[in-house]
Ligand binder design. Sequence first.
Ligand SMILES: Cc1cc2nc3c(=O)[nH]c(=O)nc-3n(C[C@H](O)[C@H](O)[C@H](O)COP(=O)(O)OP(=O)(O)OC[C@H]3O[C@@H](n4cnc5c(N)ncnc54)[C@H](O)[C@@H]3O)c2cc1C
Ligand code: SF4
Length: 507
Amino acid sequence: MANLILLLGDQLTHDISSLREGNPDKDCVLMVEVMEEATYAWHHKKKIAFLFSAMRHFAESLKEEGWTVDYVQLDDEENTGSFSGEVERTLKRRDAEALLVTSAGEYRVQEMMEGWEERFGLPVRILEDDRFICSREEFREWAEDRKQFRMEYFYREMRKKTRLLMEDDGEPTGGEWNFDQQNRKPAKQDLFMPTPHQTEPDKITQSVLDMVSERFEDHPGKLDPFWFGVTHEDAQAVLDQFIAEALPCFGDYQDAMLKGEKFLYHSLLSLYINAGLLDPLEVCRRVDKAYRDGKAPLNSAEGFIRQILGWREYVRGVYWLKMPDYVDMNFLDAKRELPEFYWTGDTDMACLKAAIDQTLEEAYAHHIQRLMVTGNFALLAGIDPKAVHEWYLAVYADAYEWVELPNTLGMSQFADGGLLGSKPYAASGNYINKMSDYCGGCKYDVKQKTGEGSCPFNSLYWEFLIRNRSKLEDNPRMAQMYSTWERMSGDKQEAYLETAKAFLGQL
Ligand SMILES: Cc1cc2nc3c(=O)[nH]c(=O)nc-3n(C[C@H](O)[C@H](O)[C@H](O)COP(=O)(O)OP(=O)(O)OC[C@H]3O[C@@H](n4cnc5c(N)ncnc54)[C@H](O)[C@@H]3O)c2cc1C
Ligand code: SF4
């Protein structure tokens, strides 16, 4: 045998660099389900089941293509439980001349792989992961000499590079780069709601589900019903249905939240893209085409493409530029423990309950629920950003550190001091009331600003601004809020601070 090719769980892509370099006639592919990865975060049961089932299906498809695949299941008796242990064991079994692997998504795993050449005493070739549209090096060059990064400028570069939604004269389609102003409509219960494509578990998935329910019983979340797709074909069906049914309204209602509507017009594609079952550029091209064919309006197509071409690539660039120090950043010095209700949904705050309950049921919440409900609350309450990061990494089926960490620590908790976003995403109950219908069924009164029964977000908002005044008041985007505070009467200010203190005291 010439090469041993190690394929990681989020590298389920047929033309990934390690497979492109390999030769099915001579090389062997190694895929392993390891306890170390399944438990380094307290992953949601559905997330574990999705990945193991998708890996098993992918291994089958490689065999059909003629590859020799060594697949180590979690319950194999000799499974050592770690990547290093499994590579070592395979090298003893198979006479490989070199190890081939595509770069890991996460710093921790990449660091481990970089030590293998010395450890195993054979050449280890770590190849670029070119499934991303912007390489790590290209992002580094873009970021060089910039004091502050702004996604919008990075995104424009990516539009020019890919020609997505661009005209022949080099101008953005529709004359603007960004149509976000049109994408902030609240939704109503009487709108037509598409249902995301659901996949029936097959025999492979069923055996994974049995294993997960037995071995990961104490992990968070519900396992049933399990309807995630686990193959490229399944993921393609989810994409097709999204484009046909949800994309036309994606833009208008991108920021909306509705009771009982877990998905609205969102795509639910992140878990497939992040695991390698869909190619991000291909997904964007399909959406560009849908716009050009008159099947989706521009604000939807642009809004969607910006999330993948802009945000997804941008957060990955920031992650690799700033790790390993990024994970320890805590600009606002937030120290409070994560409240227990994040793991149970047991809270009287209707917005938080809705977002957390559906997270535990589906391993999914959409962006505004993550950012403006669970994230906003943690930010205002001064929860330790590392604990918040560990929660997001655990509970979402699409969560990998490279994408989750900058979103949580940077965008949502402002723990990087404004490197990723220009101001904290802090909001009072008014924002949640405007963008959702949660407040109607809540024990708290969103219109009441202070005192017992008032919406906690209202007083926490001001207490947050005052607690962090020395760090935030020079931010030009925060100036208006501080001048509003200054214009308030002393009694009102005191009432806000007292109400917040009482709430935080019993948290
Ligand atoms: C605190 C916090 C934590 C997050 N953690 C993750 C995570 O672990 N994994 C993850 O993939 N996304 C994460 N996001 C980003 C975003 O919330 C999810 O990508 C999105 O909700 C996935 O659902 P969807 O596929 O229905 O997305 P849609 O709303 O349909 O968006 C389309 C696609 O755009 C991409 N996208 C959208 N927003 C972002 C973003 N901010 N960063 C990166 N990609 C984006 C995703 O690939 C997504 O599938 C996080 C956001 C916040 C605020
Ligand atoms: S009243 Fe406040 S806590 Fe209740 S749902 Fe509205 S924003 Fe959330």
